[in-house]
Design a protein around this ligand. Structure first.
Ligand code: HEC
Length: 130
C-alpha cells in the first residue's frame, strides 16, 4: 500500500510539472505576440518601411524616431487611420506635405491595427533615452 502511494504521488507530481511547464510556455507565447510585436509586423506588412525609417533618416516620409514624443497620441492615431484626408485639413499635416511633397497613402488600417502600430512606435521611442 505504502509503495503504491509513493508511486501515486510521483505521478501526481509529474502531471503537475508537465501542466505547469505547459502553462509557462503558453504565457511566454502570449507575451511574444504582444501589441508591440504585432505593430512591428504590421509596419513590415503594410509597407511603412518603404517611406519611413525609425532612426535611420528621411526617405519619402519623415524619420519616425521620436514621433510619439513630438505628436499627441490622439493626433497620431487619427493620422494613421486617415492620412489622406488629414493631409489637406490638419495644419501639422499640411506643413509636412509642404516638406515631403507626397501625401502618405491610406493603407486601410483598422482601429486595432492603428493601436498596435502606435504601441510599436512608442516602444521604439523608449530606446531614445539611453
Ligand atoms: C508612400 C510613402 C508612405 C508610406 C507607404 C507610408 N507613409 Fe507615413 N508618411 C509619408 C509622408 C510623405 C509623410 C509626411 C506627411 C505627408 O506628406 O503626407 C508621412 C507621415 C507619417 C507620420 C507622421 C510623422 C510626423 O513626423 O508627424 C507617421 C506617424 C507615419 N507617416 C506612419 C506611417 C505608417 C505607420 C505607415 C504604414 C502603415 C506609413 N506611414 C506608410 C509617407 C508614407
Amino acid at each position: 500500500m505504502f509503495h503504491n502511494y509513493q508511486v501515486f504521488k510521483f505521478f501526481i507530481l509529474l502531471i503537475l510539472f508537465i501542466a505547469s511547464s505547459l502553462i509557462i510556455s503558453i504565457s511566454v507565447n502570449i507575451a511574444e505576440a504582444s501589441d508591440v510585436k504585432k505593430g512591428e509586423e504590421l509596419f513590415t506588412q503594410k509597407g511603412c518601411g518603404a517611406c519611413h525609417t525609425i532612426g535611420k533618416g528621411k526617405l519619402s516620409g519623415p524619420d519616425l524616431l521620436g514621433v510619439t514624443q513630438r505628436r499627441e497620441e490622439g493626433w497620431l492615431k487619427k493620422w494613421l487611420k486617415s492620412p489622406d484626408t488629414m493631409v489637406f485639413t490638419d495644419p501639422i499635416a499640411k506643413e509636412m506635405l509642404k516638406e515631403f511633397m507626397v501625401p502618405m497613402p491610406n493603407v486601410g488600417l483598422t482601429d486595432e491595427q492603428v493601436n498596435y502600430l502606435f504601441e510599436y512606435l512608442k516602444n521604439e521611442d523608449k530606446k531614445i533615452k539611453k
